[in-house]
Design a protein around this ligand. Structure first.
Ligand code: PLP
Length: 369
């Protein structure tokens, strides 16, 4: 007999990541997972390589050097930093520690998919608050909260919409939520944002004992393969996470590469400048081709396709794939008329713009009946 898991687990749809290969093609352009097209810092790669003779050793379970380096780089107290195997692990740990059956976990309608998944895995009910023009709506989130709301997840900037809330709006959101609900500000793309009114959430964490900020090394630091994320949180939350995480949840290579990546400010700055330039270029090219790219402050663009036979998002996805260019379908996010495209290298960004220009130039299919 096959043992049955806890109620609700079989309702969890497995997370489907971005495609990475096309059968029959050796070289593909991977713009489906918001990775850093410039790769990792050379210093981080060297630190990773230097560990090869130490593979028999357990990592430092407290990630002391890494937390110290994060603290110095961001001006934060290392005692309030908890590291995880990607921010995904921290999302799951927060859900498991703070929510369970009978509880609700709130997120915005087109928020990052892992929030609902983590809620369901913990046995809690995910609740989606409507957005306004593909942007989180502070009033709708506050209105959807109730005494059962244990966690509120907000990606800022949000993946996949690319929109963000200002620091003042974040403050207003916190003020509008029940004090018992923990507000999780997921700032995975913070380094890409140039806007003056943006804040990553660290100031709100310092001011409130019911706010945490999540960050990742998977995006601007280009270390997605190593799985490294961190949270800055109130001491009581750090204590809770210290109890529920695995004792060696962050591997030694990730810790060493993370320290080196933080020290390589030039690489981060190069990646930020590259992204700002090519994000703007791609936005203009796609708009000129007749598509609708939404304004984005991240390293990706959400692009709406026309509701015309032969020009819809699914046709665009297949067209790009047939040319070896992989981007992300958005049906799982409730945006089936859109695709999400990561800003790539110059060559990759030109390739996807040219391909979509060609896609839009083909005469639209007119229904025959
Ligand atoms: C908003 C957001 N949060 C978290 C993550 C997960 O990042 P990590 O690789 O650190 O698990 C992603 C990855 O795409 C993301 O878009």
């Amino acid at each position: 007999m096959t043992p049955t898991p806890r109620p609700g687990i079989m309702d969890v749809a497995p997370y489907v990541g971005g495609e990475a290969a096309v059968p029959g093609l050796n070289r593909v352009v991977r713009l489906a997972s918001n990775e850093n097209p410039l790769g990792a810092s050379r210093q981080a790669i060297a630190a990773y390589g230097a560990l090869k003779d130490e593979l028999h050793r357990y990592p430092d379970g407290g990630a002391h050097a890494l937390r110290g380096a994060i603290g110095r780089a961001h001006g934060l107290d290392p005692d309030r930093i908890v590291c995880g195997a990607g921010s995904d692990e921290l999302i799951a740990l927060l859900a498991r520690a703070y929510a369970g059956p009978g509880d609700e976990v709130l997120h915005s309608a087109h928020g990052f998919l892992m929030y609902a998944l983590a809620a369901k895995t913990a046995g809690a009910a995910p609740v989606a608050a409507p957005e306004r023009a593909l942007r989180a709506d502070v009033d709708a989130l506050a209105a959807a909260a109730n005494p059962r709301t244990r966690l509120v997840f907000l990606a800022n900037p949000n993946n996949p919409t690319g929109s963000y809330l200002s620091a003042a709006e974040l403050r207003r959101l916190r003020d509008g939520l029940p004090a018992e609900a923990l507000l999780v500000i997921d700032a995975a793309y913070a380094e890409y944002v140039d806007e003056d009114d943006y804040g990553d959430g660290a100031a709100l964490v310092a001011a409130c004992d019911n706010v945490v900020m999540l960050r990742t090394f998977s995006k601007i630091h280009g270390l997605a393969a190593l799985r490294l994320g961190w949270t800055y949180c109130p001491p009581a939350v750090a204590d809770v996470l210290g109890r529920v995480r695995g004792p060696f949840n962050v591997n030694a290579a990730a810790q060493a590469a993370g320290v080196a990546a933080l020290a390589d400010r030039e690489h981060v700055e190069r990646a930020r400048r590259h992204n700002a330039r090519w994000r703007g270029w791609l936005t203009a090219r796609l708009a000129a081709a007749g598509l609708h790219p939404f304004p984005s402050v991240g390293n990706f663009l959400l692009v709406r396709f026309p509701d015309v036979p032969g020009r819809r998002a699914d046709a665009g996805l297949a067209f790009l794939k047939s040319r070896g260019i992989l981007v992300r379908a958005m049906g799982a996010y409730g945006l089936p008329d859109c695709l999400r495209i990561t800003v790539g290298t110059e060559e990759e960004t030109r390739a996807v713009a040219d391909a979509l220009g060609g896609f839009m130039a083909v005469p639209a299919r007119v229904p025959t009946s």
